[in-house]
Design a protein around this ligand. Structure first.
Ligand SMILES: *Cc1c(COP(=O)(O)O)cnc(C)c1O
Length: 360
């Protein structure tokens, strides 16, 4: 039976990217040696690294003054790395979920943290508004898409101080005005590849301004080469993850880039939210204006609470995979990242309609 993958991450990837990777694992770049066994100094590999960086620049229109690097350790490693690099005295954070809380916790190791807005009072079902960003802070940190709660900051906000964004789960889902950010980072495994690589887009002139000494691996400058071919090559890069990322970005490009991706994502999200709002058995958990186009969270309506396990079973039988909500929200979460096809969203919607006919 056809499976529809709604996993939150790692998650569905474009088929052509997977196929190209399988081929490269057998034989990389006609070298007669597989991708898992080459040296990362192989000229063919340096070409892949440079090309991947170029694809990022092209797709997101990243200006020259920003470095684009790929590191290990996941987005979680960036929580303390970015604070080590940018936090002298005080930083401001927006608390919009578990990932934001974790970022705050790590930043506190390096200085004072002012939480300027929080939606913890309503289990992170909305994005705080009307907060003031202080001007006496080193940076302001946001999480643009809250993977667990299904809320999203959908526009590039104006900040009077350096803006740093965790875009782990909505990068490449829409065009981004890079110039509004000092730094953007995230784990690859939600929208641009498998786990292993972490992308960091950082304005180079802001680096080396912090007062503390940094271990080499923690200092972003270490990973920016004197020559472009040395970028992300200080230590062995996450080769396989970067390769799949390269292929995934080529796929995004072939579909018309992030603008087209955004249209398709909006269409998928609208289809699913419309059904949640129409179907009397389900309700969405996030406030409408902040609904994420990547992670769609919903629960059974009050009078159908006892049907949750039944729907889970029903959906599973229809081929739905990974729709169980995070334990802190409950119910269901469908992650409909770039590579999740419209037909999978339609299949889930059909499944919800069918369930309503039988039990509603
Ligand atoms: C998944 C996720 C993370 C954690 O990423 P790791 O690469 O596993 O450390 C951080 N922030 C957001 C928004 C996420 O969705």
């Amino acid at each position: 039976m056809k499976k529809h993958n709604f996993n939150a991450g790692p998650c569905v990837l474009p088929k052509p990217a997977i196929e190209a990777t399988i081929e490269a694992i057998r034989d990389f770049d006609n070298t007669g040696i597989g991708l898992l066994e080459i040296s990362h100094r192989t000229p063919g590999w340096e070409k892949v690294m440079a090309e991947t960086e170029q694809l990022w620049r092209e797709l997101l229109n990243i200006p020259e003054e920003y470095a684009v690097i790929f590191l290990g350790g996941g987005a979680s490693t960036q929580f303390y790395t970015l604070a080590a690099n940018f936090l002298n005295k005080k930083a401001a954070y927006l608390e919009t979920g578990v990932w934001a809380k974790k970022a705050i916790k790590e930043a506190k190791l390096y200085g004072e943290v002012e939480v300027v807005g929080s939606s913890a009072d309503k289990n992170f079902t909305y994005i705080p508004k009307g907060y003031t960003i202080p001007t006496d802070v080193d940076y302001f940190h946001i999480t643009t898409n809250n993977t667990i709660y299904g809320t999203e900051i959908k526009t590039d906000i104006d900040s009077p101080v350096n803006l740093i964004a965790d875009m782990s789960s909505d990068i490449m889902s829409r065009p981004v005005d890079i110039k509004k950010y000092a730094m953007i980072y995230g784990g690859a495994q939600k929208n641009v590849g498998p786990a292993g690589a972490t992308f960091v887009i950082v304005r180079k002139d802001l680096l080396a301004k912090v007062q503390r000494k940094l271990p080499s691996m923690v200092d972003y400058k270490t990973h920016i080469g004197a020559e472009p071919r040395d970028n992300s090559m200080f230590n062995t890069p996450p080769v396989i993850s970067v390769f799949v990322m390269n292929q995934t970005l080529k796929w995004v490009k072939s579909l018309g880039g992030v603008k087209e991706m955004h249209k398709l994502n909006q269409k998928k999200a609208e289809l699913l939210y419309n059904e949640i709002d129409r179907n009397k058995m389900f309700v969405g958990t996030a406030v409408k204006e902040d609904r994420s186009i990547m992670n769609v969270c919903f629960v059974m309506a009050e009078q159908y609470k006892d049907k949750e396990a039944d729907f889970m079973e029903f959906a599973k039988k229809a081929g739905m995979v990974g729709i169980k909500g995070h334990r802190s929200v409950g119910g269901f979460r469908a992650s409909i990242y770039n590579a999740c096809p419209l037909e999978s969203v339609q299949a889930l919607v059909d499944c919800m309609k069918e369930f309503e006919k039988l039990h509603g």
